[in-house]
Design a protein around this ligand. Structure first.
Ligand code: SAM
Length: 258
């Protein structure tokens, strides 16, 4: 069965879920328990919000669109509604008795900056379930020495255990997006790393902007060939061959040296 959608605002990345079978499948994968504190980002016309609300969890909704927020406040009076850009929200303010669970069929234009923002609040988060462009999910879950492995894979897996759950075809939405989507589960791994994050990010940007070069060349700005070898890294390797631990070792080395 398909729900009816009246209008959608392109600038807010509005592709609403309308396939009720798919909505049930997505909600089933959340494994909601009564009393969970769930934060839904971009609830839109409430396709996921309705079953979430039925499950008797504590619900907080973050929606940027004023008209949709007005509808949501009437339909879900018991939910906490924040009519704001999610990028302006400080997720640390949700720190409380229980860890939060975050859910969202995210607008694809803000997905990467939003993910990086949420990685910083991992200690308050139990898990996150997101619908994203399939290609982004594949990059987030990619293993070293594969084509999809890059900066997003390292930064995501540094902070979270990742699981690609299943794919969602364009027909499940209205209007239909041009891309395939997928659901990913992210569980913060709580092992706060001791490295300088900014430095790590600079090393990753440098490395993956030259992914066809050897690390001797790609990381020249940071490490000499001898220094790479002292870290047991063959300078002839390519950036995509290095594991997350390898990138952490490089970062610590540069940090300790300066
Ligand atoms: N959850 C609904 C569904 O599955 O049908 C809507 C998903 S739609 C892809 C994305 C939703 O995020 C829209 O409701 C849009 O208005 C909202 N949104 C877009 N940018 C946002 C932002 N920066 N902060 C909060 N919500 C945003």
């Amino acid at each position: 069965m398909r729900l009816t959608v009246l209008r959608a605002r392109k600038r807010f990345g509005q592709n609403f879920l309308v396939d009720t079978g798919m909505i049930q499948k997505i909600i089933g994968s959340f494994d909601i328990k009564p009393g969970d504190h769930i934060i839904e980002i971009g609830p839109g016309r409430g396709a996921l919000t309705q079953p979430l609300s039925d499950s008797r969890c504590e619900l907080t909704l973050i929606e940027i669109d004023r008209d949709l927020a007005a509808e949501l406040s009437v339909r879900f009076p018991d939910a906490g509604l924040i009519n704001q850009d999610v990028m302006t929200i400080d997720f640390n303010t949700f720190a409380g008795k229980s860890l939060i669970r975050i859910i969202g069929n995210l607008p694809y234009n803000i997905s990467t900056p939003l993910l990086f923002k949420l990685f910083d609040s991992g200690e308050h988060i139990h898990d996150m379930h997101f619908m994203l462009q399939r290609e982004v999910v594949d990059r987030m879950t990619a293993l070293p020495s594969t084509k999809a492995y890059g900066r997003l894979s390292v930064m995501t897996q540094l902070h979270c255990h990742t699981e690609k759950l299943f794919e969602v075809p364009p027909q499940a939405f209205s209007p239909r997006p041009k891309v395939q989507s997928a659901i990913i589960r992210l569980t913060p791994n709580k092992k706060a790393t001791d490295v300088d994050r900014k430095l790590l990010e600079s090393i990753l940007i440098q490395a993956f902007s030259m992914r066809r070069k050897t690390i001797r060349n790609a990381l020249r700005k940071f490490l000499t060939a001898d220094e790479l070898e002292s870290l047991h890294l063959n300078p002839q390797l390519r950036p995509e061959n290095l594991t997350i631990d390898d990138y952490l070792s490089c970062t610590r080395f540069v940090e300790d040296r300066s």
